[in-house]
Write a protein that binds this ligand. Structure first.
Ligand code: FFO
Ligand code: ATP
Length: 315
């Protein structure tokens, strides 16, 4: 019976079932499988200033936006794949609809079958990564704004004292969302030091690092993931074309002390770091993490790039 159901499902649903299995068996998150996923909303528009920050999708499927965003509307269901964090909540929903499949003794065969399908479905999200993204996103969502501010300030002070930071004159950072270590003070610090600050501009699977000029942050537009970035029409120095980068301060969802990194599932940093490292410049990479983002171990694949150091309030 389970097999027949599976034949009727797409490969994405196979992964959802695996993720549900992984999640049900190993997760310690506070999601209630009885609770329906939260309503999905998204932020669009221009960044209103430094206090109104966007956010990446949350595990409940919603895009929490604690900052005052200029506009907010309910997203209609998109025909394309949802953000990986949304997939987690969808997974749980599907698990509820198919209790006989997820909860039955066919688990073992199901997992073997799904693993075989992994090889046949390149580019389909890895269920172990999806499960960890859901767990860590929930932990971050549970942090208060004051706690995130407290940790971000400690991290800021560690970064500005770091020897790699002090010796770098071309530094890539990221425009932080409410679910990430705040980088706004750091971007200001880089510019005040007279160093060049760059931030990501991503679209269609490709990411550039563009230089931040005075006042840019207030002009930036929010992507559908709630990330502020230069408009497509902005003409700014591309870090890659003009001398590279000495230091990349990277975002992510989960990290290990040994340098493994899990991002939001776009593959943007993995590709960018691979390109940077293929060149001759010895660019250092530091990731910034809330304490709850540092894990003992995390799943990696052949494309995943390591980071040189993770800085948290505790590490
Ligand atoms: N502040 C900040 N800026 C950042 C990043 C970040 O993590 N933080 N990024 C770090 O990389 C890049 C953008 N991150 C993205 C991550 C995922 C998707 C994305 O397309 N997600 C798919 C689902 C992916 C999947 O599940 O396979 C989607 O929404 O449909 C887009 C951008 C560049 N800028
Ligand atoms: N160098 C690369 N070349 C081609 N595809 C890649 C490369 N790096 C990653 N990818 C692909 O991108 C997709 C997302 O990868 P992954 O889930 O590891 O992203 P992530 O590290 O979580 O995201 P990000 O780097 O944007 O924070 C996967 O399908 C992966 O195979």
């Amino acid at each position: 019976m389970a097999f027949i159901i599976r034949l009727e499902l797409s490969s994405r649903h196979f992964w959802m079932l695996i993720a549900a299995t992984v999640h049900n068996n190993t997760s310690t998150t506070q999601y209630s499988h009885d609770s329906p996923p939260r309503h999905s909303t998204c932020a669009v528009g221009r960044r209103p200033g430094r206090t109104g920050r966007g956010s990446l999708a949350t595990p409940g499927g919603g895009r929490e936006n604690k900052g005052a965003l200029p506009s907010r509307h309910t997203c209609r269901p998109e025909p394309r794949r949802p953000h990986s964090s949304n997939l987690i909540s969808e997974t749980i929903t599907h698990a509820n609809y198919l209790p006989g499949v997820v909860g039955s003794s066919t688990h073992f065969c199901s997992i073997i079958l799904n693993l075989l399908l992994l090889a046949m479905a390149p580019g389909v999200p890895n269920p172990a990564k999806m499960a960890l993204r859901g767990e860590v996103s929930a932990r971050i969502a549970a942090l208060t704004a004051d706690e995130k501010k407290r940790q971000s300030e400690i991290i800021f002070n560690k970064v500005i004292k770091h020897s790699w930071y002090k010796s770098s004159s071309r530094i890539a950072l990221y425009m932080s969302t409410d679910q990430e270590v705040d980088t706004m003070a750091l971007i200001d610090h880089v510019k005040a030091r007279g160093a060049a600050a760059f931030v990501p501009q991503y679209a269609g699977g490709h990411m550039k690092m563009l230089r931040v000029q005075s006042g840019d942050e207030e002009q930036m537009e929010l992507t559908r993931h709630g990330i502020a970035q230069h408009a497509p029409t902005a003409v700014r120095e591309d870090a890659f074309d003009h001398g590279g980068l000495d230091l990349i301060i990277a975002p992510g969802l989960a990290f290990t002390r040994s340098g493994k990194r899990l991002g939001h599932g776009g593959g943007y940093y993995d590709k960018y770091l691979a390109k940077v490292r293929a060149g001759s410049v010895a660019t250092k990479v530091i990731a910034l993490a809330f304490t709850c983002q540092v894990v003992e171990d995390l799943p990696v694949d052949e494309n995943d790039q390591t980071i040189d150091e993770v800085i948290s309030a505790d590490l």
